[in-house]
Design a protein around this ligand. Structure first.
Ligand SMILES: Nc1ncnc2c1ncn2[C@@H]1O[C@H](COP(=O)(O)OP(=O)(O)OP(=O)(O)O)[C@@H](O)[C@H]1O
Length: 334
């Protein structure tokens, strides 16, 4: 048996809550994650399942009324929750980068693309020379290199353009270039293709896959599209109502889903081999995350439910490197 390298990112028992007027919403409730060096982890689940809040928590960018209430987040052995805001800012630019669903709102409309890449390089790139002019020259050369790397033609000229002067696909590429400017060890790509045409979607995903190999980084790909997961991800984590309900190697989970929710998601896709099939919601509604009883969160929608599902349901080992949160599954030795 080959030993797995220790995880680059290791999250245990993460709980992030939002205190709203209606009550406390448990947006992320007891989530464990492991991302190993160089691997691609897919994160799937219906809208509102907690995918973005989970990884915003990892990045330390959850805004009020949300906050992390419990859990540990370790990156390369460092406890991120123990870092000061200033230290966390360093980690964000230099070691972990996240791209957002909507590049137009994520980019600063008032700054040129060049200024935005330079800002990241000045803040985080320790290899730049200290002398002012040499520093600027080296940073510009790197910015050009990054734009070329993500496939922007005439990169040197385009540094002077503003975000609105690019198409949607180009803006995603620019956001990826900014995220990758300091060669992070981990890229978290939150629905990188939702707003794009199908052909552009494929180009952006290929770009991320290519960068992963070139820069030797790990990738977390948050997506609604199980076809994308099957094509690009080594492992997959399925989220439902703030919890992970199933996780394991992509091929195993997609070929033989164990949790009734995963089965439902896969059942809603006619041909998994075809990319571009978003998740069609299963009948019923995702429960309100405020005032949830401690039972299985999928209970009301599950065709396989038992009375015992009204108890607290923990994740259990259900196969080789596979875990799921369902009491109907026989537990196996890890
Ligand atoms: N600003 C907020 N105020 C209150 N609750 C919030 C806020 N942001 C998120 N939540 C809660 O967190 C839940 C999870 O949201 P999240 O954005 O992580 O879902 P998601 O799985 O990423 O969905 P999508 O696929 O639509 O991006 C929401 O359903 C909501 O209950």
């Amino acid at each position: 048996m080959t030993a797995h390298p220790s995880p680059l990112l290791e999250v245990e028992g993460l709980r992030t809550v939002f205190d709203t007027r209606a009550g406390r919403a448990f947006a992320v409730d007891g989530v464990d994650i492991a991302v190993r060096p160089g691997e691609c982890l897919g994160v799937v689940g219906e809208s509102g399942s907690g995918k973005s809040v989970t990884f915003s928590s990892v990045m330390g960018i959850v805004r009020s009324p949300g906050h992390i209430e419990a859990g540990s987040i370790r990156f390369n052995g460092v406890d991120l929750r123990a870092l000061s805001p200033q230290e966390m800012r360093k980690v964000r630019g230099r070691h972990i980068a996240m791209t957002m669903q909507d590049a137009l709102t994520a980019l600063n409309p008032a700054l040129t693309v060049g200024e935005q890449i330079l800002e990241v390089l000045y803040a985080h790139d320790e290899t730049l020379p200290p002398e002012r002019n040499a520093r600027r020259k080296a940073a510009i050369a790197k910015a050009v290199e990054m734009l070329e790397l993500v496939g922007i033609a005439s990169a040197a000229d385009r540094l002077r353009n503003y975000p609105h002067e690019f198409s949607g696909g180009m803006r995603q590429r620019i956001m990826i270039a900014i995220a990758l400017a300091c060669r992070p060890k981990l890229l978290i790509a939150d629905e990188p293709t939702t707003a794009l045409d199908v052909t552009i979607q494929a180009q952006v995903l290929e770009l991320i896959a290519d960068m992963r190999v070139k820069l030797g980084m790990s990738v977390v790909l948050i997506t609604h599209d199980l076809g994308v997961v099957s094509e690009y991800c080594d492992r997959v984590m399925v989220m439902y109502a703030g919890q992970v309900v199933e996780q394991g190697p992509t091929e195993a989970v997609i070929g033989d889903p164990r949790h009734p929710y995963t089965k439902g998601l896969l059942g809603s896709i006619p041909r998994l081999s075809m990319r571009g099939h978003p998740i069609t919601p299963i009948e019923g509604q995702v429960p309100d995350l405020i005032g949830l009883p401690p039972q299985c969160r999928f209970y009301s929608r599950c065709s396989e439910r038992l009375d015992a599902c009204l108890d607290v349901i923990e994740m259990r080992e259900v196969g080789a490197a596979r875990r799921a949160r369902c009491i109907r599954l026989p537990e196996v030795e890890a």
